[in-house]
Write a protein that binds this ligand. Structure first.
Ligand code: GCO
Ligand code: MN
Ligand code: MN
Length: 386
């Protein structure tokens, strides 16, 4: 019943199930899997697609001949398993060259190198079928604002995205950009900290229609924000090009927990929203297994992400079919014939009618909304007693 199928569009990055468990305090605990091995692992657990940073697939110092061999082997694994590559991205954060950022580095040579690296990574992604290109500004930020003006950084980031959008157009690629915000980590503060900040920025670009967002659950939660509200704003603006699903305890380090493992209620309302509005893009799990896990534990992690999504999807269908819940919802939107004269687009008549109206403010304030009951029914549904 909770078995993943290609129609669910579940994807993982090479870097997620390939995570070797290194952290700032400890060495790797799992041996590295090759990209081909990861493709087979993902096929075994039932994923639909695999995404990658350029250097997850092709090492940063690979020769052109090595690149060709790696791409050939990877493509053969995709063909053998039926997995697709919906999204690709650039690693602009691991190499020491990027320690002061990539597109926003104070060193113009680094900014130029970052553009070159991204053009090559775009070529690689498109070659393997990617239609969405993610920009996560891993090191686009500062530890100290003495270093640079934030508005200069915004301009530099804009210049880079405009250059790369023109590159994509010049190549005739059918590729859309998805910008992924994060408030901090690995830098002390990252620019464009939230989905809302990215949505505002996109409208200042040369080709805003080519650019949307890739909201990540953990990133908004790190900032203490409501992820569903961020996703809804992106969706409503036609900008939900991709989504990174995982979990996170507010106020902690960047945990990248298995989807649905911590904030179950938030995950439920998110899944319900994506399913209700008919989001049809990838459900990408940007998370990794606990550092305690071995190779089997990594599969448990990956299966758990997908299974939790499908369980919550089924709970959402129950919520929508629950007569008592639906009756409560139907009662919520109170109206009466008198307000029809007041609500609607502005007209001089409406404004005049509203100015003249009398409202029973005390009666309005005395109403109970029944949200305790509604929320309790939701919780009982999630806890499996309903
Ligand atoms: C993080 C980010 C990354 C990006 C990835 C693709 O917090 O490390 O979420 O995992 O999603 O680099 O852009
Ligand atoms: Mn993240
Ligand atoms: Mn992410």
């Amino acid at each position: 019943m909770y078995e993943p199928s290609p129609a669910n569009k579940f994807t993982f990055g090479l870097w997620t199930v390939g995570n070797i468990g290194r952290d700032p305090f400890g060495e790797p605990v799992r041996s590295a899997l090759s990209p081909v091995e990861i493709v087979h692992l993902l096929a075994e657990v039932g994923a639909w697609g695999v995404n990658f940073h350029d250097n997850d697939l092709v090492p940063i110092d690979a020769t052109p001949a090595e690149r060709e061999r790696i791409v050939r082997d990877f493509r053969a694994a995709l063909d053998a398993t039926g997995l697709v590559v919906p999204m690709a991205t650039t690693n602009l954060f691991t190499d020491p060259a990027f320690k002061d950022g990539a597109f926003t580095s104070n060193d113009a040579r680094v900014r130029a190198y970052a553009l070159q690296k991204t053009m090559r990574a775009i070529d690689l992604g498109v070659e393997l079928g990617a239609q969405t290109y993610v920009f996560w500004g891993g090191r686009e930020g500062v530890e100290t604002d003495a270093a640079k003006s934030p508005s200069d950084s915004i301009k530099r980031f804009r210049d880079a995205l405009n250059f790369l959008a023109d590159y994509v157009r010049a190549q005739g690629y059918a590729l859309r950009f998805a910008l992924e915000p994060k408030p901090n980590e690995p830098r002390g503060d990252l620019y464009f900290a939230t989905v809302g900040a990215m949505l505002g920025f996109i409208e200042t670009l040369a080709y805003p229609e080519m650019v949307g967002v890739n909201p990540e659950m953990a990133h908004e939660q790190m900032a203490g924000l409501n992820f569903l509200h961020a996703v809804a704003q992106a969706w409503e603006a036609g900008k939900l090009f991709h989504i990174d699903l995982n979990d996170q305890v507010i106020g902690r380090f960047d945990q990248d927990l298995r989807f649905g493992s911590h904030n179950i209620k938030s995950a439920f309302f998110l899944v319900k929203y994506l399913e209700d509005v008919g989001y049809d893009g990838s459900r990408h799990f940007d998370a990794h297994a606990y550092r305690t896990e071995d190779a089997e534990g990594v599969k448990d992690f990956a299966r758990g992400c997908m299974r939790n999504y499908l369980i919550l999807k089924e709970k959402a269908a129950r919520f929508n079919a629950d007569a008592e819940i639906q009756a409560l919802l139907a009662d919520l939107n109170l109206t009466d014939s008198s307000v029809a004269a007041y609500l609607g687009p502005y007209t001089a008549e409406r404004a005049a009618a509203l100015q003249a109206a009398t409202f029973d403010r005390k009666a309005l304030g005395a109403r109970g909304y029944g949200y305790e009951r509604l929320d309790q029914l939701t919780i009982e549904l999630l806890l499996g007693v309903r």
